[in-house]
Design a protein around this ligand. Structure first.
Ligand SMILES: Nc1ncnc2c1ncn2[C@@H]1O[C@H](COP(=O)(O)OP(=O)(O)O)[C@@H](O)[C@H]1O
Ligand SMILES: [Mg+2]
Length: 265
């Protein structure tokens, strides 16, 4: 008999309905089911409004499900916790704190002694290659450096999963490629799970072991695509191109669905 490893995150028939000021409830997610395994790298792609951020906020414990359940190592998620690190697209650092103080912030809130905070912050500054920027304020850092600090701040609590919401969308293309490679290095080194939201199909194929394709109105999982290419991946390889064409075509088929729905109303 084979014993199945318990998933790290179980998303089990989850729906989320938002009340809106015009009285029309929004089905942000409908009956979404998905598991994330320990140490797995998962990317979620889909057009604006398909519920990606809502799904991440539910896993993070920032908001509650309307129906269904989300469990982390078998326990229902009720609130945010240090077992889940979150990285947003931008504006995530405290402007009045230095890079090191930003990384120390969560540990300070949890009452860790100063010396330990400092040692751990320095360890993660080293991991992201920014030891020399420890005393700088966010406005003195480039966009790429700011996102590295945001990643270090999320990692310093030693989470089981890193939840990332389009974290590299605001940086230039070259910086983005560097940050992607660094994320893969950190993921392989720390062996944590990563739940990574992106608009960018190439990014999803470059990073993920599985790409979750979502569709809108209401937000649902359309397809789960295994990405079985060895790391590091070659964006120019034929296999990469085949996956890119397939996922892009699936996204475009959603456009025609939306047009069809609108014209039949
Ligand atoms: N707090 C909220 N109140 C009302 N509607 C919301 C709220 N958050 C998200 N929505 C709606 O839920 C749907 C999914 O949004 P979101 O999760 O942000 O999508 P994505 O991140 O994929 O762009 C959208 O229609 C959005 O307008
Ligand atoms: Mg979003």
């Amino acid at each position: 008999m084979t014993t199945r490893v318990q998933p790290l995150i179980e998303i089990d028939g989850v729906s989320k309905i938002f009340a809106t000021s015009d009285g029309q409830p929004t089905w942000a997610l409908q009956n979404v089911s998905l598991d994330v395994e320990p140490g797995e790298m998962v990317c979620v792609v889909g057009p604006s409004g398909c519920g990606k951020t809502t799904l991440l906020n539910l896993i993070a414990g920032f908001i509650d499900v309307t129906d269904g359940a989300i469990r982390l190592q078998g326990e229902a998620i009720k609130e945010p916790g240090p077992d889940r690190g979150v990285v947003f697209q931008e504006y995530a650092l405290f402007a009045w704190l230095t890079a090191r103080q930003n990384i120390e912030f969560g540990m300070r809130m949890r009452g860790l002694p100063k010396a330990e905070r400092r040692t751990r912050a320095d360890e993660y500054l080293k991991l992201i290659g920014l030891e020399r920027a420890a005393e700088r304020y966010p406005h003195e850092l480039s966009g790429g450096m700011r996102q590295r600090i945001a990643v270090a701040r999320a990692l310093v609590n030693e989470p089981r999963v890193l939840l990332m919401d389009e974290p590299f969308a605001a940086v230039d293309a070259m910086t983005r490629a560097t940050l992607q490679s660094e994320l893969l290095r950190i993921w392989q080194q720390l062996k944590l799970a990563v739940f990574f939201i992106t608009h960018n199909v190439e990014e999803a194929i470059y990073l993920s072991q599985r790409t979750i394709l979502m569709s809108p109105h209401p937000g649902q999982v359309q397809e789960i695509i295994p990405i079985d290419l060895p790391y590091p991946r070659d964006r120019g390889s034929p296999e990469f191109g085949v996956l890119y064409a397939r996922i892009t075509a699936a996204l475009h088929s959603q456009d025609s669905k939306v047009v069809h729905e609108e014209s039949s109303q």
